[in-house]
Design a protein around this ligand. Structure first.
Ligand code: FAD
Ligand code: SF4
Length: 331
């Protein structure tokens, strides 16, 4: 599958990137522009003609977007272009935010983690069996709402797209109360990561066409939680998650002082499980309590037939993985 024709733009600074986005994104109708970071998802998607942008904005020349360093508030900031490999290998992150290094280490394969970035992982397009296919395949099925069509093969009576958000680091980042910085022509703004996702399968994030994600912030208050990430996939060596669970627990005198659970790949957005902290805080983790947390997480998961495994199995695995992750994070 060949790449569509496009013009490649290579800014050296964030300001230049924003200026280019504002310039090439103007017009009626506006020309299509896509941001390229590691390209590990964008390039295969362009080959499948899921995106046929007139311009590709390659961020890789912006050195200021790489790296992991302390921020002014005592937490840590991670540049959007920082590779998943760098995150996985960061001794500082492993010590203070272990759920993130563990989640990053499960993404794809080592080669893809060398290229793939944290910004690209956060911004990853949602996935569906009916969407992540070649143009010929999709044409044969009459297309769908997410691209070029007007019906959903997964929920045929409705008008909504249910494609599943399927990146590994966002549930871990949600558990850590991460914030992200967005650059736009109006300047920089910082938002909670949980407010970045819309819950829609097609228009899945709030990012405008003239904006980019520049940094991720982890607060000092989320340091030193025990954290684990568990993931279901078909091929253990390379696949996207079909269900994923991140759990963080802060313990005090053998009891839970605080806890959060995040899930991915079973809804159109990564989600924090509501009521997890209330259920676990103040109690000692045992099999029954971990199983109750699993039940709660399974209620939050709403998988549909968007992936290779059945929705029932993926939901059940959210239950099982959450129980196991809670038990593991408590020790
Ligand atoms: C075989 C295979 C297996 C994979 N397995 C997994 C997996 O197990 N888990 C997983 O999470 N992912 C997986 N991926 C997807 C991908 O490799 C990772 O999600 C990776 O982190 C994407 O980062 P990237 O820098 O390569 O993003 P890109 O491909 O460059 O971009 C991805 C999307 O984000 C946008 N984007 C990138 N950076 C920014 C930014 N700073 N601001 C705004 N928009 C931005 C792009 O426009 C694009 O829409 C897999 C991919 C392949 C090909
Ligand atoms: S959920 Fe429906 S509309 Fe969305 S990608 Fe799948 S088939 Fe298309």
């Amino acid at each position: 599958m060949s790449l569509p024709q496009f013009k490649l733009l290579r800014p050296r600074t964030v300001e230049e990137a924003v200026e280019i986005l504002a310039r090439v994104g103007a017009g009626d109708p506006p020309p299509q522009v896509r941001i390229l970071a590691g390209g590990t998802d964008l390039i295969p998607s362009m080959r499948q003609k899921l995106f046929e942008p007139e311009y590709v904005l390659d961020l890789r020349g912006i050195a200021s977007l790489r790296g992991i360093k302390p921020d002014a508030q005592g937490g840590v900031e991670i540049g959007a272009l920082t590779t998943l490999r760098a995150i996985e290998r960061s001794e500082f992150l492993r010590q203070h935010y272990p759920v993130l290094t563990e989640a990053a280490a499960t993404v794809a394969s080592p080669v893809l983690r060398n290229m793939g970035t944290i910004g690209g992982n956060i911004c990853l397009d949602t996935r569906c069996l009916w969407y992540n296919q070649s143009l010929t395949w999709r044409k044969g099925c009459g297309f769908c709402i997410k691209k070029d069509g007007d019906l959903c093969h997964v929920a045929p009576g409705g008008t909504k797209c249910w494609a599943a958000f399927s990146a590994d680091t966002p549930p871990a980042l949600l558990c850590l109360n991460a914030e992200i910085e967005i650059a736009s022509p109006a300047g920089l703004r910082r938002i909670a990561l949980k407010d970045f996702y819309t819950g829609l399968g097609d228009d899945y994030r709030i990012l405008q066409s003239n904006e980019l994600v520049t940094r991720v912030f982890l607060p000092a208050s989320s340091e030193d939680y025990h954290g684990v990430y568990r993931k279901l996939r078909v091929r253990g060596s390379i696949d996207y998650p079909l269900a994923g669970v991140a759990v963080v627990i802060k313990a005090s005198n053998g009891h839970v002082a605080d806890a959060r659970i995040g899930i991915t790949a079973v809804n159109p957005a990564p989600l924090l499980v509501k009521g997890a902290s209330e259920l676990l805080t103040g109690r000692m983790i045992n099999e029954d309590l971990a199983a109750a947390a699993g039940d709660l997480a399974a209620k939050t998961a709403k998988p549909l037939t968007t992936s290779a495994l059945t929705p029932e199995y993926r939901r059940e695995m959210i239950r099982v993985f959450t129980k196991r992750a809670v038990l593991a994070a408590a020790h």
